[in-house]
Design a protein around this ligand. Structure first.
Ligand code: FE2
Length: 414
């Protein structure tokens, strides 16, 4: 475990805006690696009204945290590192903290039948309740958020245990999702006060890569029809996020359904939030399906960055993770072959695995999408390997949506 680390705007690492988070340092990640993995850019920190160091945690509510913790270890190669539950004083719920590289997932499941998590899970199913961000100055962020009209759901407070003190607060985002803001620069515990370090007896399969993913690239939010611009404007106004890219209407329409998407990011693009809303189409769009089954706006997919998507996908498939199928016609399309040019592996290797490829003016990316990870057709994961591209696979949207529609059809939801 590292000692206290300076985070944020007081450091002199101007190139990509600030230091690594405590978790990134613990994961032995360098700024160069992160730049490659998630596509960081230079920016002027001085004008940042809401400095963000990086992701702190993705907090899920699940129906059975005990079993989900096993799934994220056995299927996704994550490691258990902290726990809170009845055994250490939390009689309301069990909470498992797992890590892969710089990413932390927190899985919460109700123990007490009267826990608020029970009602949350009844409405939304398994999903993301909190996209938590590490910030260097919680009070400054909350003052800015309040001034800009955000709803503060937890006032800044110090929480202390024998490992030190965290400063913590939270603001409301789309649907019932919140952004907890954490300054952990004075804290050396395994997660937050109330959590004890934990380890598991689970043994990884022999030959599996040390980590199947190293960092979080982006988290996509689905919002209701007509609300995308409102949430883009929220992130602009409240967090000073910049508009990164814009895909509208025909860009991402298939014969049946359509959606609109805009992307906001913090100054150095460490934290990227694409925001989708359904657009009118002949049949029910995948965003409508999500909103129906999630009962409102929420996080749709998490893009996990890997330096070797081939090895990662092979391991995930061996572990039973299911991906969307990509038809052979995708790889045989001469237009696609001409557009993508040379990539690091023969296209046949991508075809065997159903990995998609897209190229833009900055480089290319490889990506693949899982089927929904829970019982409802809501949250799923993307694996992404970037080679210079700062995009989101715009050229693949049509192929991707057609694959999702095939699954919607099977579920009777198209
Ligand atoms: Fe994505």
């Amino acid at each position: 475990m590292t000692s206290t680390v300076s985070t944020g705007s007081t450091t002199d690492q101007a190139s990509t805006g600030g230091a690594l988070t405590v978790d990134e340092l613990r994961a032995d990640l360098t700024l160069d690696q992160l730049q490659q993995l998630v596509g960081l850019v230079e920016y002027d920190e001085d004008g940042d009204v809401f400095p963000v160091t990086g992701w702190d945690a993705i907090v899920f509510v699940v129906g059975n945290a005990t079993q989900a913790a096993h799934y994220y270890q056995s299927a996704w190669g994550m490691e258990l590192e902290a726990y809170s539950g009845p055994e250490n004083g939390n009689r309301d719920h069990k909470s498992y903290v797992l890590r892969s590289g710089s990413i932390r997932f927190v899985l919460n499941g109700a123990v007490d039948p009267d826990s608020a998590l029970v009602e949350h899970h009844r409405r939304h199913g398994d999903g993301v309740i909190d996209i938590s961000l590490e910030v260097p100055d919680v009070d400054r962020c909350v003052a800015q958020a309040r001034k800009a009209g955000a709803r503060v759901v937890r006032e800044p407070e110090d929480v202390t245990d024998e490992h030190g003190t965290v400063r913590i607060a939270a603001i409301a985002a789309y649907g019932e999702t919140v952004h907890t803001l954490v300054d952990r620069s004075r804290y050396e515990g395994p997660y937050l006060p109330g959590y004890d370090a934990a380890a598991s007896t689970f043994k990884k399969p022999a030959g599996q890569p040390k980590r199947l993913f190293q960092a979080l690239d982006h988290v996509v939010g689905n919002v209701e029809l007509g609300h995308m611009d409102e949430w883009v404007e929220f992130y602009n106004r409240v967090m000073g996020f910049v508009n990164m890219a814009e895909f509208i209407g025909e860009d991402i329409a298939t014969d049946y359904s359509a959606l609109m998407s805009k992307v906001v990011a913090n100054g150095n693009h460490r934290v990227k939030f694409p925001l989708n809303e359904p657009a009118p189409g002949k049949r029910k769009s995948q965003i409508d399906e999500y909103i129906e089954f999630y009962r409102g706006a929420g996080a749709q997919h998490l893009a996990l960055a890997t330096g070797d998507i081939i090895a990662t996908v092979d391991a995930l498939r061996d572990n039973g993770v299911e991906f969307l199928d990509t038809p052979d016609s995708y790889y045989e399309d001469p237009e696609l072959r001409a557009r993508i040019g040379e990539v690091r592996v023969p296209i046949e290797q991508l075809q065997q695995r159903g990995i998609l490829v897209d190229r833009d003016e900055d480089g290319y990316l490889l990506q693949i999408f899982t089927k929904p990870i829970g019982d409802r057709p809501t949250v799923f994961f993307e694996l992404i390997e970037r080679h210079g591209s700062l995009g989101f696979g715009k050229g693949n949207f049509k192929a991707l949506f057609e694959a999702i529609e095939r699954e919607q059809e099977k579920r009777g939801n198209l």
